[in-house]
Ligand binder design. Structure first.
Ligand code: FMN
Length: 336
């Protein structure tokens, strides 16, 4: 919904949640070394209603390990009482807002009518939100897609969203069926903006400053852009979008980032090899912003010991150039 004041509001740039990558350690180290991101989301919590659930007891949500003023905890559920329990729990810890995941595309989630699997069932969603909001929860936003099977599903969903006081609505401009592949559906996203009472946030394939500029021109009413794979691949992306000056030696700063992240993951896991696994996940994005992604990936993926991994990282920074903003937009991009 366009209105006169919206044009003057500054934009929000957020970091999308990535299960297995943007955990509390990543978020902490990122915030200490890079600028430009206003808002962070936890990867989704799930199965938190059971009395013996340990899922809410760790550092991932503990305010001691998080900058809670900027962090929105996210939940994946289709159960209004579990949602409400999550809201209460987060309120008790001092959080200001929570987010409902209606975007997760994976078939094992979707077939249980969770994540994007709930999107074809606007009536069920309406019932869940009706009971949930009746309890007066924390401000609550939704992250969704345009639909599961078909982007036309968003029309019925918009009517449901309009009935509730959502704190925000972020739309990844794909369907669940598309997973993370294929074109983003920019026309379908643009078409729904006027049907929504809330100005939606935009998410999908902003991998460089030119793609950000394109989305900002296409969607003049949108004031929140959520970055994803683009910023995993180049952590300077948000600062570059905002034209914030950064360290002139980007490669050196990136080295510090990767090193600190690794050391903290290693320490926190009590020297478990899972720390290397998590770093490999990040390298599967970072590699694209170096000069030779396939060479980098071959060097990283084979390491299973700390010593091998550390030597490979030192070699990469010694022998390769940091280019930046390299995540490939081409859906056919090879997965090295
Ligand atoms: C490995 C992986 C894990 C993800 N985990 C989550 C998650 O926990 N919650 C969520 O809302 N989105 C999750 N996403 C989706 C991203 O936050 C983001 O919406 C998606 O990558 C599209 O944005 P992009 O095109 O800018 O990358 C995940 C995506 C990937 C590839």
């Amino acid at each position: 919904m366009a209105n006169d004041s919206s044009a003057k509001q500054p934009i929000i740039l957020s970091l999308g949640p990535f299960q297995g990558i943007t955990d509390f350690i990543y978020r902490q180290v990122f915030q200490s070394q890079f600028e430009g991101i206003d808002k962070f989301y936890t990867p989704f919590f799930t199965a938190i209603h059971k009395a013996d659930s340990k899922n809410l007891q760790g550092a991932e949500i503990d305010p001691k390990f998080n900058n809670i003023a900027r962090l929105v905890p996210q939940i994946l559920t289709n159960d209004h009482s579990e949602l409400f329990h999550f809201s209460n729990y987060c309120a008790g810890l001092g959080y200001q807002e929570i987010n409902i995941n209606l975007g997760c595309p994976y078939p094992r989630v979707a077939k249980k009518k969770r994540g994007s699997g709930l999107l074809p069932h606007a009536d069920s969603l309406d019932e869940i939100l009706d009971q949930y909001f009746a309890g007066n929860p924390l401000p609550t936003g939704i992250k969704c897609r345009l639909g599961y099977e078909n982007p036309t599903e968003i029309a019925a969903l918009a009517k449901v969203f309009n009935r509730y006081p959502l704190s925000e609505l972020i739309i990844h401009a794909r369907t669940g069926k598309q997973l993370y592949k294929g074109q983003v559906l920019l026309d379908e996203f643009a078409a729904i903006v006027t049907d929504l009472q809330i100005n939606p946030g935009y998410n999908g394939d902003i991998f460089n400053t030119a793609e950000f500029a394109d989305r900002a021109i296409r969607f003049p009413d949108v004031k929140h852009f959520m970055l994803g794979r683009g910023i995993l691949s180049d952590p300077f992306l948000a600062a570059d979008i905002r034209e914030i000056p950064v360290n002139s030696d980007r490669k050196q700063q990136l080295y510090q980032f990767v090193k600190t992240l690794y050391e903290q993951r290693k320490a926190f896991s009590n020297n478990k090899p899972s720390a290397i696994g998590r770093m490999k996940e990040l390298w599967s994005y970072l590699k694209y912003s170096f000069d030779e992604p396939q060479v980098i990936w071959r060097k990283i993926k084979k390491n299973n010991s700390f010593a091998e991994y550390e030597a490979a990282v030192d070699q990469i920074f010694e022998n390769h150039q940091w280019i930046g903003q390299g995540f490939p937009s081409d859906e056919e991009a090879p997965d090295y």
